[in-house]
Design a protein around this ligand. Sequence first.
Ligand code: 13P
Length: 343
Amino acid sequence: MNTNELANVARAMVASGRGILAADESTGTIEKRFKGISVECTEENRRAYRDLLFTTKGLGEFISGVILYDETLRQKSADGTPFAALLAKNNILPGIKVDAGTKDLAFCPGEKITEGLDGLAKRCAEYVKLGAKFAKWRAVITIGEGIPSMACITANAHALARYAAICQAGGLVPIVEPEVLMDGDHTIDRCEEVTERTLRATFAALAGQRVALEHMVLKPSMVISGKDCAKQAGVQEVAVRTLQTLKRTVPAAVPGIAFLSGGQSDELATAHLGAMNKIGGTPWVLTFSYGRALQHASLSAWKGSAANVAKAQSALHHRARMNGLASAGQYRPELEKEFGTAA
Ligand code: 13P
């Protein structure tokens, strides 16, 4: 892919009114999700579930790209079409998670470093052959007593930047995901301070590794109260604080920002995105790259039974549509009922 194509892919990933479906759960993570609906985590069940998601009629209207896991990129739909080809046929860009997960960071108790740089260029070359157009790497920053440390923030920023450079050199658009976890009882002020430090370090590292900002997508967490904080900030405050933090730290050359949902409820994740786009006036497109907040309703409707596929697909379609409207600044909570599903 030449630089023109990288720019085109990056822009297409964040086209207004469309966003990204994160369906790149590792085998361990999807096992946890399946446990919640009492479904056995076999390769065929994982394939069948992803098949259900990707064959949802009309998904391409609201979904610009899907992030896949290594196993999923090699799997096929029931009719024998490889998932990557099926998505491409529906005008959806196939992407691939390339990080190898998080490990404890040495000398930094309670903190994590994302691994997966070794051999990455070679893996990228294979993923390009399999049809991937973009990649994802998730770094995790934990808020707690005395953490995050600068050691953790800079190590993760450096890894994100090395990954992004390797992807761009190999023809994949990198999604750069520094996630500040919402676990804990910290206030929204603390989240804002940590998010600002994390994003500053990330963009400094990206510049240091010569990453082209025009050829990437940022996937941040929102500035939000800790899950267990007694005082939960409202939708408008989250929107205003998140925008303020991003404006301070994210260069205008980045084409788009696609948020993660991070454990927010489905409707709250949509409402926050909708509120930010109502405020507007940003140099970048603001959209979604949700995993749980897009799949939760669908997974619960499916319960592992072929008889529930249509219901599960309509639940996914509904959430994709609501988030598509939020990304275009047209979301109103009343639309949840108006376009509601039976699921
Ligand atoms: P959530 O939206 O469930 O946080 O997942 C997004 C993602 O891709 C995390 O890496």
